[in-house]
Design a protein around this ligand. Sequence first.
Ligand code: ATP
Ligand code: MG
Length: 416
Amino acid sequence: MKVSQLFTKTTKTLPADEVSKNAQLLIQAGYVYKVMAGVYAYTPLGLKVVENIKQIVREEMNAIGGQELIMSSLQKRSTWEETGRWDDEVVDIWFKSKLKDGTDVGFGWSHEEAIIEMMKQYISSYKDLPVYVYQFQTKLRNELRAKSGIMRGREFIMKDMYSMSLDAEQHDTFYDGCIDAYKRVYDRLGIGKDTYVTFASGGAFTQFSHEFQTVCDAGEDIIYLHREKNLAVNEEVLDDDNLAKLGIKREELEQVKSAEVGNIFNFGIQKSQDTKFEFTNETGERQNVYLGSYGIGITRVMGVIVEKFADERGLVWPKEVAPAIVYLARLGNAPEVVAAADELYKELTEKNVTVLYDDRDVRPGEKFADADLIGIPYRVVISDKTVQAGTLEVKARTAESAEHISSTELMQRLGA
Ligand code: ATP
Ligand code: MG
């Protein structure tokens, strides 16, 4: 990637009509374009970040047996009527429309009912279970308020996984394994140490659902942390009964603001009873499928990462998420400088180190400011001086000052 070829431009001025820090910075640095409140387009830089987040999630979901698919965005009314969730009184975030012949359709805000309907076609016997499927899908929700930038979109990307299991044991094993997989996901995303498994309402079967809440001032939720036990309780289930069940006391808890970056639900067989989702067991009897539903807000996570790591100079991306690892700033157009920079660009690329190469004819100060705003983990400068000295000027995005090292040493640091 060459900066001269990016159609996006960085801006020094804050975008008008955008109140959230994450969207302001992402717009200024050229990662997102605001279409309207709660609706954003992702530019090539933004898409790289989204794809990096998805890839981490994909690898961890595959590792626990998930199979990727993609459901449809258009939803049938009948699919959702069965459980009563077509009703706007029950679900107040539906976007709905009509086909030309007047048939009602809805835009998927979730795919729980849809996946059950689809999987009924494929699952009939105990031999067909378990099945774990997931997708990355644009969800549409007519949210009342959209003031948190990409952390609360009216259109946003979610990873949703669904588990279908034979019995309680198989189901619980997967559910617990998924909690561990989620922990690995948030660790790799760089927010693991501030992300807490949080007891919340909504588990049909277990009375709790598990949220993954990241401590964050820009978050819209309030949770109560138990730092010693490394867990938290959502406001909505904070009462003496629940605390007793969890073996914790109110005075041990610390109230913090947080953002829900994931939520998993253990439905047991309740949802499959509601929808008559059954299979035939080994002795020929009909049994209900055990169901679980597991979400991660892909674009919300991106917003949370921005909020948590950005500094006064701009974005700061963790390595696994960054759109490139190296920002290569070439200062000046002297032939030997151009040759050295082109050569390093080629070498890094060949070694699979992603590079954003600032090959523009602009002042050094502008390149440094953009390197910081765009938030790439390492800035490498090649100039007359570095060429003469036979070294490279390298600065980590979060470091105070630069160092002069050889290209061999740079490769070592980058693990290339
Ligand atoms: P919230 O309480 O924040 O409205 P939710 O409980 O309705 O979220 P779920 O249906 O559990 O959300 O969706 C799974 C995940 O999708 C959430 O944990 C969150 O990370 C993400 N998510 C939900 N709503 C949005 C949104 N409007 N914009 C971006 N991400 C979202
Ligand atoms: Mg939720």
